[in-house]
Design a protein. Structure first.
Length: 355
């Protein structure tokens, strides 16, 4: 019996030199190979893919059998499943499943996703007409009989993170209200990775805001007393995780390219808020949202020194070229405030969607 066990172990194990460290001459990596066939391997050629809202993208994924050149063994049907990972990491959102001739997509991915299938071992997923909510990490899982393997691909979107607080002032949004506030401004609540990238690009904001994982954080590039003290190091500072129903903070929103034209409406007179809304409608457009002015400023370099109404009742103006009397020290979307809608007069920024 002992001799038989020894022979079985010899049949499924072999050793090879460690490839990464020549000093480890005596170390070996032990491989276990199933007796009934080669091991299934799933590979993503790129770990991170970049795109933008409204675009199309391919998330790469291919599968192989170790020590063979064929895609499948032929004894079992291949099942391909794509899911989106959440910040919870214990939950996944179904995106697409394929097995044989059967195909199924889920939720807001319906009609927008399909397999590329450029070869018999290609499980790459094509996503069309990308929306802001598509941002995140996706898992490609291939299953054949009792074997399965996975690969993860991150989809990043070109865009901008901006802080937002409502007319009521700072720290007035619970998590659910923060989500709706971002949606109302043509954006989604930002992830930590998006806020971190924005901080690395120079975003400095002292008010703490919700992120998509339920945490509350804020980015500091210039340490100062009101923001944690002069002697602290720059970084994204965290308040931790708070009650999504009871706790109230600002929010960091994320927006990307838009399918339309953002512009300052040339009008003979300044306008109240209601007049501004009607003026945009008369011009075949709608009054612009906060996310749209940030996207036009950051992604298109839009520059205008005229303060104008936006849909949330705020007044702002975008400066890409700092100059005297127009944000002399920095490029920014300047915030004037939430003036009296009935009596204060300003210009207006409009947005006309493309058909």
């Amino acid at each position: 019996m002992k001799n038989l066990l020894f022979l079985v172990l010899i049949s499924v194990c072999w050793a090879e030199p460690h490839p990464d460290n020549s000093s480890l001459e005596n170390e070996r990596i032990i491989h276990i190979q199933a007796e009934n066939g080669p091991r299934l391997l799933v590979v993503a050629e790129q770990a991170k893919i970049f795109s933008h809202r409204g675009g199309n993208v391919t998330l790469p994924c291919k599968f192989y059998h170790e020590h063979t050149s064929t895609a499948g063994s032929g004894t079992h049907k291949i099942r391909v499943k794509w899911t989106k990972l959440t910040s919870d990491y214990l939950k996944e959102v179904d995106v697409f499943v394929a097995m044989g001739h059967h195909r199924k997509s889920y939720g807001n991915y319906q009609g927008r996703v399909f397999l590329r299938e450029s070869s018999e071992n290609d499980a790459s997923l094509i996503i069309t007409n990308i929306i802001l909510e598509d941002y995140g990490r996706y898992k490609c899982e291939v299953i054949e009989g009792l074997e399965d393997d996975t690969a993860v691909v991150a989809l990043n979107l070109e865009g901008i993170v901006f802080p937002y607080s409502p007319r009521l002032g700072r720290y007035n949004l619970n998590f659910h209200e923060a989500q709706r506030a971002c949606l109302d401004q043509d954006s989604v609540i930002a992830s930590f990775d998006q806020l971190y990238d924005a901080w690395r690009s120079g975003l400095d904001w002292c008010n703490a805001g919700w992120l998509s994982d339920g945490s509350v954080q804020y980015p500091i590039t210039k340490p100062r007393e009101p923001c944690g003290g002069k002697n602290t190091v720059p970084g994204v500072r965290s308040y931790g995780f708070w009650d999504k129903d009871k706790s109230r903070y600002d929010v960091f929103c994320f927006t990307s390219n838009f399918n339309g034209r953002f512009y300052y409406l040339i009008h003979p007179t300044k306008l109240t808020y209601d007049e501004a809304v009607q003026a945009c409608l008369k011009d075949g457009a709608q009054i612009a949202k906060v996310g749209q002015i940030f996207a036009a400023w950051k992604l298109l370099g839009y520059d205008r020194c005229d303060a104008g109404w936006l849909a949330d009742g705020s007044v702002r103006y975008p400066i890409s070229r700092p100059r005297k009397r127009c944000s002399p020290n920095e490029a920014a979307v300047r915030f004037v405030g939430f003036p009296d809608k009935k009596h204060k007069l300003y210009g207006v920024y409009c947005f006309r969607a493309y058909n």
